[in-house]
Write a protein that binds this ligand. Structure first.
Ligand code: DAH
Length: 333
């Protein structure tokens, strides 16, 4: 084999190497080009019969060609290895996008939606949001709210007592009104605050009653607050929450912690009425019990059931549905 042949051999080999499309084909090619039966090996065998000068020259040239072939083969091998690894990874990839089918996003419970909407509305009117404990003492739930001991008004609340301390000293709060007392104890007036929360009564569950339900309380204490402010606030709230065409009315009532006291109803555009809650001017005894001077401060309060608002807004006719937590039902709202 002369030098011309070697150049042609090398050029052909380079084309073949570049054309090898997988590692197996390349391995075969490696055998053909550098193995025992290769042209290079055959040429080496001829070296022994050559003149020393020719032998040296051809020997050097053969080594060069072998090194070049080895280099080309190695380079092609690395290239094919990267490609095959990528193909393998692609093959083993798990298609997790299938798990996306039918995925549904959750959302807030109807009661939470109502709760947050009320908070937004009152915060927009300048009120703060306050909270108090669900396990309450007798003083905050009744005493400080002007329910004397053994007063018949206590019977309006089917109280669940907690077996802690003196008998009937600790209870699950029956309304959010005790938070009024805590706010007055903790903060200097003026106070403009709402107090949403969970309340408890020993009621049997039916379409309109649950032993656990939600109320929202409002308390305003400032100088010179009048019954007109109360009526105006309730009217503003009614239109803001329910929309144009809804109005409110007050009916005389009795609560130990307000004087005068009233119930307030909402009038729907179709003329029907919804009884919403109670309200009134904070009783001087309540101000005094919370450490405020009734000569200096006056205020109003109101409280109503939050669950009922949710029912009405969504035309739900059974309160128990809100607590069953059947997602087929809840996902509608
Ligand atoms: N706490 C009363 C109840 O649960 C509702 C209520 C009435 C709250 C009059 C008030 C109020 O703040 O002034 O029946």
């Amino acid at each position: 084999m002369n030098e011309i042949d070697l150049d042609a051999h090398l050029a052909q080999a380079a084309t073949d190497i570049a054309a090898a499309t997988d590692l197996a084909a390349l391995k075969d090619l490696d055998g053909v080009l550098l193995g025992k039966k290769s042209a290079i090996t055959a040429a080496k065998r001829t070296l022994g019969g050559l003149e020393p000068d020719q032998r040296r020259a051809l020997g050097l040239r053969l080594n060069e060609v072998r090194d070049e072939l080895t280099g080309l083969l190695d380079e092609r091998r690395r290239h094919l290895e990267v490609g095959e690894r990528a193909a393998q990874l692609e093959n083993e990839r798990l298609d997790l996008t299938e798990l996306d089918h039918g995925r549904r996003l959750g959302h807030r419970h109807v009661i939470t939606q109502t709760w947050e909407r009320l908070e937004d509305l009152f915060v927009g009117m300048g009120y703060t949001v306050s909270e108090g404990p669900e396990i309450e003492d007798e003083w905050h739930n009744f005493g400080a709210l002007n329910f004397p001991p053994d007063h018949p008004a206590r019977d309006m609340y089917d109280t669940l007592y907690v077996n802690y301390g003196d008998p009937q000293s600790t209870l699950l709060r029956t309304h959010t009104s005790p938070v009024q007392v805590r706010v007055m104890e903790d903060q200097e007036p003026p106070i403009y605050s709402i107090m949403p929360g969970r309340v408890f009564r020993s009621d049997t569950a039916d379409a309109t009653h649950m032993p656990v339900f939600h109320q929202i309380e409002a308390l305003v204490i400032d100088r010179g607050i009048t019954f007109g402010d109360l009526a105006g606030t309730l009217e503003a709230f009614t239109t803001a929450y329910f929309g144009e065409g809804f109005t409110s009315r007050l009916r005389p009532s009795y609560f130990p912690f307000t004087e005068p006291s009233a119930e307030f109803d909402i009038r729907r555009p179709d003329g029907s009425w919804l009884e919403l809650g109670g309200c009134g001017m904070v009783h001087p005894n309540v101000l005094t019990a919370a450490g405020l001077d009734p000569e200096e401060w006056s205020g109003f309060a109101f409280g109503f059931g939050l669950d009922r608002l949710a029912l009405m807004r969504h035309d739900i006719d059974d309160l128990r549905e809100l607590f069953r937590n059947d997602h087929r039902f809840l996902s509608q709202f």
